[in-house]
Design a protein around this ligand. Sequence first.
Ligand SMILES: [Zn+2]
Length: 432
Amino acid sequence: MVPLDGTRRWATADVRLADGRVAEVAATIPAPAGAEIVDATDALVLPGFVQAHVHVVQSLVRNRAEGLALLPWLRERIWPYEAALSRGEVGAAARLGIAELLAGGTTTALDMGTTHDQDGIFAAADELGIRFASGKCHMDVGEGVPPGLLEDTDESLAEAERLGARWHGAAAGRLRYAVAPRFVLSCTRELMAGAVSLARRHGYLLHTHASENPVETALVREVSGMGNVEFLADLGIGGSDTVLAHCVHLEDHEIGLLAAHATGVAHCPGANLKLASGIADVPRLLAAGARIGLGADGPPCNNRLSVFHEMALAGTLHNLRYGACALDPWTVLELATCRGAAAIGLGDEIGSLQPGRRADVVVLRADTWAMEPGGDPAAMVVYGGGVASVRHVIVDGRVVVRDGELVSADAAAVRREARAAARAVADRLGWQ
Ligand SMILES: [Zn+2]
């Protein structure tokens, strides 16, 4: 067992879960009468993985948005796709994305939806059993935004207010609302101000993209006269209730701002490489004291939602600038567990296995070829782990993946509905 409890120790142990929480961790625990036994022989037991930035609603456009940098990728593929989604297709996309997350050992995700039909995304998270913070995306301005996504400012905020009232705290606190203006280039100042006010009034997270791409960051400076993170902070978007995805192109003083405000940062190396956005300076952000988690971002910019892919990249990518151990494997594993949990405001609830924490657990096979012959478990997971390593996944004490198979939903139906919906959307858009 690798508890990630502030130590970097591991030991052979039993874990007892009760009432959705970790009840006990000890070398040997006699099975209470009637207890369900989850076998973790020859396996690594860890807290469930946390992703600090995903878009499950984009799942149906995976493998249909290749070879583009951020702004043309959004304008030519992602926005037309999101605008074309029907209510049922939003649900099918969310079920596919959430199934992939759970089957890959991710038990908690901070997600951004599209402008419409956010109820279907929460309903999918409720049904499949993931711990999930999400919010409708806000867009009320912007070059290349299709009419189907362009919202009236007041109506957009009113819809978020309705969604937060319905979903925040639902499923015994497993679901949470996050106010999600897409990025500076698609939101008026009025919308941003309204989003901040809404989030602070209700205690919701604020979640947006920042400084992902050099063209985007230059455009933000043109419209605001400031750096992107600086401008957001000026609008009130910063602090321990805020998570900014990417933060690749930062000005020096913005690193200090992120650390001083304790703003969460979602590091998304897979997406940043695929869209040729750049490499976030995570070692420097960590040294400054920033709170950081990992995220796969969207299925069409990665093209997978595997926390293992992000860990392997985070553990190697920064060596180009800083040398052979820019981020040691324990730090990387913490980004995917306890540090990621803290970055999205759940550091006291999840991200480590100790009594009182939520019963979110992942059991990884230790007998895959890339894990053998054992050794440092952080190195095993970061460099040798993969979706195929996942044996069992438990969220809130409920087994959602057993022996590598999703059991909280009909996996064949999730696949069948996603394929049919993806085909239907592509046909409407005239795409192959
Ligand atoms: Zn994103």
